[in-house]
Write a protein that binds this ligand. Structure first.
Ligand code: PEP
Length: 252
């Protein structure tokens, strides 16, 4: 089963447009179309600049959030047509920081994921358990609820248009990476959830690992059979570190 690896940089609330240029200057010339799919996810304010710089290259660009409606009285929000209008290819949805700090619910996410797919944006849907949920044996229940609810409004034939990122919350920004085995086990479980929707599609969906991925641990994680790439936070702020992770996926 061949799934093209995908390595995404979640810059979170970091980098102005000029700082994004400083990253792209050395990074873009090092990338080629025959490697993994590479996606940069800047803030809304740097998205236009990054999309312009990446146009005509193999590097794709995604937002970190969007609204499920196309327009309306939603102060501070941005919609799918607005992202498409400036050349954006995809969108991170359901990052744990948005769930935790901004009250994003699985019901919101079901609408957002459906709208992204309908609009032709590639969603990177994040899911993952807290430390306490893992310790109390609830990891599978949490992942089941998140994944099955968030994908509920996506037509089965479109399931492989969604990229899923398994990001255990205890591993995000903490330096505590999940072991290769822990990440593989959770991602294999997520794939088994997709099988309840469609067996053949489940084999096509790319599922990434996220949580303190670094150049030093990327190759081992990416070598696991069900791990199809990485969503990278801290280490994606540096072009050399992020380039090394992309290179590790090329070797995986
Ligand atoms: C993330 O927030 O998506 C993430 C994986 O962050 P970090 O790599 O810094 O843990």
């Amino acid at each position: 089963m061949s799934r093209r690896p995908c390595i995404a940089a979640n810059w979170k609330m970091n980098k102005t447009a000029d700082e994004a240029d400083d990253f792209l200057d050395p990074f873009l010339p090092s990338q080629s179309a025959d490697g993994p799919e590479v996606i940069i996810c800047p803030t809304f304010l740097a998205l236009g600049r990054v999309a312009e710089r990446c146009a005509g290259t193999s590097v794709r660009v995604a937002a970190q959030n969007m609204h499920f409606d196309d327009s309306g009285a939603y102060t501070g929000e941005v919609s799918a047509p607005m992202l498409l209008d400036i050349g954006v290819d995809g969108v991170i949805l359901g990052h744990s920081e948005r769930r935790q700090y901004f009250g994003e619910t699985d019901e919101d996410l079901a609408r957002k994921v459906r709208r992204a797919v309908e609009a032709g944006l590639e969603p990177i849907l994040c899911c993952g358990e807290t430390d306490a949920q893992r310790e109390s044996g609830d990891m599978e229940a949490v992942l089941s609820h998140q994944v099955l609810t968030d994908l509920a409004e996506v037509h089965t034939e479109d399931l492989d248009k969604v990229v899923i990122a398994y990001e255990p919350i205890w591993a995000i920004g903490t330096g505590r990476t999940a072991s290769d085995g822990q990440a593989q086990e959770a991602i294999e479980f997520i794939r088994s959830l997709l099988r309840t929707r469609d067996d053949a599609k489940a084999d096509l969906v790319r599922i990434l690992y996220g949580g303190s991925v670094k150049p030093g641990n990327a190759e081992a994680l990416l070598g696991m059979p069900d791990i199809d790439g990485a969503l990278v936070g801290g280490a994606a702020l540096d072009p050399d570190d992020f380039g090394a992770i992309v290179a590790a996926a090329g070797n995986g």
